[in-house]
Design a protein around this ligand. Structure first.
Ligand code: MG
Length: 341
């Protein structure tokens, strides 16, 4: 536990999806629970075989604060977040479970809204919630409502998405503007008055991802949803796991003007702000322009752009900045961005 035991207690940073989260998983959890063959590479979903079929399994807990924000709420997020983890693993989502941890005194009207939002999102996605659980803790022992969802999906035979498929020369495509969700939640939490609210990008992406995988096949090498830790952390994870370098061009990264402005105002790097309705695709460079155009047919992915490429290297993430310089980017570390999802 060399990296995680300096303070001897859990810190907020252990949950931010960045450097400390990785250290906690690697040094503590995997030291005891290393039962999945590729667990150390931290895929979005685990693959298990059952009766000859390959299944993808993923689980995620949601503690976002505030519970309601422009463009979504904890219920919608709990469904889309898990659907997206299955989708970027190449799986077709089949069912979800939902577990609620509620605080004594939490308004039933709010719980009602959250349940309705979950149901509507799951129904629109065509994925049923098949099991659930509810626990209640005493007043002051939780913050209203926490939700855990687990998702099970089916992996079509022959689907070979993975770090191993990524090769130098590949292109990096982002499916839309970066950081909208993180900025939406921060603005809502800090109650910053804005004339136009910043909506979260929170959305289920499995239909677009399935269509893209059907259309482009092995031309799409790897997918990841840039959630906690944002685009930079997701790309650094790809660099670390593949051992190749990733070069991102700042000028090519789509950013909503309000996200750019909000990040400047709050002193945050938008490349580290979470998205909840975006994916990063590593693909054959000859297909990148076609993939961007293909994604243009859905509102959720019409802001897609080719933002960089993979090159031979040693697991570095390099940003070619607007003025033309080069800046090395690492996993999220040292920012205080708790409870974004
Ligand atoms: Mg993920």
């Amino acid at each position: 536990m060399n990296n995680i035991d300096r303070s001897g207690v859990v810190q907020l940073g252990h949950g931010d999806g960045g450097r400390l989260s990785r250290d906690l998983i690697a040094d503590l959890f995997l030291a005891h629970l290393d039962t999945v063959p590729d667990a150390d590479r931290l895929p979005d979903a685990a693959t298990v075989s059952a009766g000859g079929a390959a299944l993808a399994v993923t689980t995620d807990s949601f503690v976002v604060s505030p519970l309601f924000f422009p463009g979504g709420d904890i219920g919608k997020l709990a469904v889309t977040g898990t659907l997206n983890d299955l989708a970027v693993a190449g799986a077709v989502p089949r069912c979800l479970t939902a577990a609620f941890i509620l605080e004594e005194g939490f308004a039933l009207a709010d719980l009602q809204s959250i349940a309705a939002s979950m149901a509507a999102t799951a129904r629109a996605a065509g994925v049923p919630v098949v099991a659930g659980d509810t626990k209640v803790v005493e007043r002051g022992k939780a913050d209203g409502c926490y939700i855990n969802t687990t998702g099970i999906g089916e992996l079509p035979p022959g689907r070979r998405l993975g770090f191993a498929a990524v090769r130098p020369g590949d292109a990096v495509v982002l499916s839309g503007s970066a950081g909208d969700h993180g900025m939406a939640v921060l603005v809502a939490r800090l109650q910053i008055p804005l004339e136009t609210p910043i909506p979260s990008d929170c959305a289920a992406l499995h239909p677009m991802i399935a269509a893209a995988l059907d259309h482009f096949g092995d031309g799409i090498r790897f997918l990841r949803d840039p959630t906690r830790g944002g685009l930079a952390t997701a790309c650094k994870e790809i660099a670390l796991a593949t051992g190749h370098d990733l070069l991102l061009r700042e000028a090519a990264i789509p950013l909503a003007p309000l996200v750019r402005g909000g990040a400047e105002m709050l002193g945050l790097d938008p490349l580290y702000l979470a998205s909840e309705g975006r994916f990063v695709a590593v693909c054959d460079p000859d297909l990148a322009a076609d993939l961007v155009q293909f994604l243009g047919q859905w509102p959720e992915t019409q802001g897609a752009a080719c933002i960089g490429e993979v090159s031979q290297g040693s697991g570095e993430l390099v940003l070619e900045t607007l003025p033309g310089g080069r800046r090395r980017l690492d996993l999220l570390a040292g920012h205080m961005l708790p409870r974004i999802c």
